[in-house]
Design a protein around this ligand. Structure first.
Ligand SMILES: CC(C)(COP(=O)(O)OP(=O)(O)OC[C@H]1O[C@@H](n2cnc3c(N)ncnc32)[C@H](O)[C@@H]1OP(=O)(O)O)[C@@H](O)C(=O)NCCC(=O)NCCS
Length: 164
């Protein structure tokens, strides 16, 4: 059985490992620099109360994935819009954990009073696309050649889900 909960500082090592797997796999993010736990602890601590980080855990409380609500834009008029990140550990992808965690993140965003969730993804991230479509996200459009990954221009697709 899997469950989700708010991440604590004790989860940082596992969160960092899972994030670095996502960075190494080159399917999820334009980031290429691997993170260390000190940096990720600061990332976890320096967030508003509403911008939660959740983890999905198994029966033994082992962290298998994490997801976060991130500031979309610091301007006040955008305070109802929140961006998301989601990463499942490499060895446990495709087992339904992404769906469990994303559903929990959507519920959390509603409880926190956000109006809309947005995300950026790569067209070639099949797992991500399937997950977001299954969870009711709408494709807004694709920025052509929007970021550089390993020296190559990458198209970035933006998706959104209204929460109310
Ligand atoms: C993308 C990710 C979060 C999805 O989580 P997951 O636990 O692997 O996905 P789930 O098992 O919950 O599956 C969700 C849906 O995606 C499909 N799916 C999952 N992985 C897939 C893959 N590699 N290829 C095609 N479809 C895939 C599942 O079949 C399911 O679709 P269904 O509802 O039609 O059956 C996870 O694979 C991951 O962390 N990948 C690396 C990091 C990443 O890409 N993050 C997102 C950045 S935008």
């Amino acid at each position: 059985m899997y469950s989700t909960r708010v991440a604590t500082v004790q989860d940082v090592v596992a969160i960092t490992k899972i994030y670095n797997e996502g960075i190494e796999d080159r399917i999820a993010t334009l980031e290429t620099r691997l993170r260390d736990s000190i940096e990720m602890e600061a990332w976890l601590s320096n967030r508003s109360e509403a911008h939660k980080v959740l983890v999905v855990v198994d029966d033994s409380n082992q962290v298998l994935g994490w997801a976060s609500l991130n500031v979309f834009n610091g301007r006040c008029c955008y305070s109802g819009v929140v961006d998301l990140s989601i990463y499942i550990g490499r060895s446990v992808r495709g087992k339904g954990l992404g769906k469990i965690l994303l559903q929990s993140l959507i519920d959390t965003a509603r409880v926190q009073g956000f109006h809309k969730l947005v995300l950026s993804t790569f067209k070639f991230n099949e797992g991500g696309q399937k997950l977001y479509q299954a969870m009711g996200f709408r494709e807004v459009g694709t920025y052509m050649q929007h970021g550089i990954l390993d020296g190559k221009w990458i198209d970035v697709t933006v998706m959104e889900k209204l929460l109310f």
